[in-house]
Ligand binder design. Structure first.
Ligand code: IMP
Ligand code: MG
Length: 180
């Protein structure tokens, strides 16, 4: 695959992502065997991961979406989380799994866990595609993770820089020196 001009290198290939989605789907299927699972996708970054992951979960599932923003146009976390679109149904009594693109500072998920927990789900866990532990400011319990990555700004496969580059099929390191 030809590299996008604003990407310095491919960190995780499309094939690696697909293989990991299969593994995570199988792991989640085993863990929730006999239960219904409610997946909460955090938009916008989580849309591609949810779409691939859910195809490998062999359970009765429902999905819901929540849009939050914590970054604006910057590449470092502001620490403030804004809910741009709330869930469409109550979580009371549901086995919930948050599907997120990346845990960086942890501030977004720390806020979301407290917020969603107040809705009294039967359980509430986190599945993140990427984990960037070097930047952590708030502890978050991650039940399932795709890949641990170094402290670099990555884009693609749902992750953006200022709304761009979400459509790349791989996770790439953004190259700020590149033109465009
Ligand atoms: P946190 O609150 O710092 O953990 O940030 C979580 C959110 O920041 C994620 O849902 C992403 O939308 C965004 N984010 C953090 N790191 C990156 C990155 O390397 N690339 C793109 N978005 C990122
Ligand atoms: Mg984002």
């Amino acid at each position: 695959m030809k590299l996008h001009p604003q990407i310095s290198k491919i960190l995780i290939s499309s094939e690696q992502i697909q293989a990991r989605c299969r593994e995570l789907g199988a792991e989640i299927t085993r863990a929730y065997r006999g239960k219904r699972l409610h997946l909460i996708c955090i938009l916008k970054g989580g849309f591609m991961f949810l779409a691939d992951l859910v195809r490998h979960i062999d359970l009765e599932v429902s999905v819901d979406f929540m849009a939050v923003s914590s970054y604006g146009a910057a590449t470092t976390s502001s620490g403030t989380v804004r809910i741009n679109q709330d869930l469409s149904r109550e979580l009371t009594g549901l086995e919930c799994l948050i599907v997120e693109d990346i845990v960086d500072t942890g501030l977004t998920l720390n806020f979301l866990l407290q917020h969603l927990d107040s809705h009294r789900p039967a359980s509430l866990k986190i599945c993140t595609l990427l984990n960037k532990p070097a930047a952590r400011k708030a502890e978050v319990p991650i039940a399932y993770q795709g890949f641990e990555i170094p402290p670099e700004f990555v884009v693609g496969y749902g992750l953006d820089l200022d709304e761009k580059l979400r459509n790349l099929p791989y996770i790439g390191v953004f190259d700020p020196s590149a033109a465009g």
